[in-house]
Structures are given as C-alpha cells and as structure tokens.
Design a binder for this molecule. Structure first.
Ligand code: HEC
Length: 174
C-alpha cells in the first residue's frame, strides 16, 4: 500500500477563498440544509487528529439513499457501490472537542452523481463554508486522491484489511 495523504489544511483556505470569489450570483444549493435526522456511518468519536485536518473534531451523516448501497462480489473482490443521490456529510468543528452548543464551521460532502461532468470517481466532492453559505465543488483531484486510500487497508475504522473497494468512503455504511 502506498499512502497518498495530502495536507487538507493547506487546501481548505484556498478552497474557501475560491468559493468567496466565484460564488457571486450562483446561489444553487446542493447540500441539504437539514441532515440532523440522518444516520451515521460510524459510532466512533472522531476526536483524534487525521492527516491534513490538524486538530478538528468531525461528525459523519449519511442519507437514507446511502443505506441502499449495493455490495457485490466481483470475482472474489468485494465492491461497494452507492446509488446516485447518496449524500455523505462530514461536519468539521473548530478544535478537538465539542460541547452541546457547538456548531461546525465547514462541511465536507460527497454526493453520488456519476453522470455529472464534475464528478470524480462518481462523486461530487464539495466544501461548504457555513459562515458564508458558499458551496464549492472541488474539480481538482486532491479529495479523491486521499480518499482512494479508503479502498485499501488504512488506519481508520475497521482498517479495511481485506482491501474491499469501499467506493472512496473510509467509514462504510455497512
Ligand atoms: C488528507 C486526506 C484527506 C483529504 C485530502 C480529504 N479527506 Fe475526506 N476523509 C479523510 C479521512 C481519514 C476520513 C475518515 C473520517 C475522519 O476521521 O474524519 C474522511 C472522511 C470524509 C467524509 C465522510 C465519508 C468517509 O470517507 O468516511 C467525507 C464526506 C469527506 N471526507 C469529504 C472530503 C472532501 C469533500 C474532501 C476534499 C475537500 C476531502 N474529504 C479530502 C481524509 C481526507
């Protein structure tokens, strides 16, 4: 396994600056505003540092469509395939711990939309700045480059020791 972790902390400020400068007059919203009733992909508390994120607490949500993931055996290799319309939201908080009133500062989002020309690996990769409301679809490769690690053994969750193709999600829905 070769690890390809790029530092997200260097990239997020650039992304957020770009979102501010190119968002005028384009208020189209892709990320659902109310996801509080959704399920999650992990009960692990994400309060430990991961590469690129520095020291920020995270929470993951997935919509009902995501629970209909197709898991199949293709010649001995297990493949996950989330249906179009799957939305996975990861909240990023300021700092390593949260209190009941804490609000996230940024959402990083994966939306399965394989026909979309901006999709990478079948997913739209989106950063939403919650202060401004700006959403920015990431057309560069850095999100998917790091998330390719999810399809091989890695240090998170169950570790994916069997190299299951997890459709770029580190924490699979089942
Ligand atoms: C440096 C590696 C890295 C980069 C770059 C990265 N991620 Fe992640 N991402 C992770 C890890 C590790 C997790 C596992 C959950 C956790 O511990 O936060 C994750 C989890 C997620 C999740 C929850 C689904 C899952 O995989 O479990 C979403 C959604 C997500 N990232 C979106 C994005 C978006 C959008 C970008 C680009 C702006 C991005 N990520 C860039 C490492 C990365």
């Amino acid at each position: 396994m070769q690890t390809r972790f790029f530092p997200l902390f260097m990239i997020l400020p650039l992304v957020m600056a770009a979102a501010v400068s190119c968002s005028k007059g384009t208020p189209k919203t892709l990320v659902p505003a109310d996801y509080s009733g959704w399920g999650t992909t992990t009960t692990t508390e994400l309060n430990y540092p991961i590469p690129g994120h520095e020291n920020n607490y995270r929470k993951i949500f997935i919509n009902d469509t995501g629970f209909m993931v197709d898991v199949r055996d293709s010649g001995g290799k297990i493949l996950y395939d989330y249906p179009d319309g799957t939305v996975i939201i990861k909240e990023i908080y300021q700092g390593m711990s949260i209190t009941p009133g804490s609000k996230p500062m940024v959402l990083t989002v994966m939306i399965k939309d394989r026909e979309n020309p901006k999709a990478r690996g079948g997913w739209l990769w989106i950063v939403k700045n919650l202060a401004s409301g700006d959403e920015n679809i990431i057309s560069q490769e850095f999100c998917i480059t790091c998330h390719t690690n999810a399809n091989e053994p890695h240090p998170y969750g169950d570790g994916n020791k069997d190299s299951i193709f997890r459709d770029y999600a580190f924490f699979p829905v089942k």
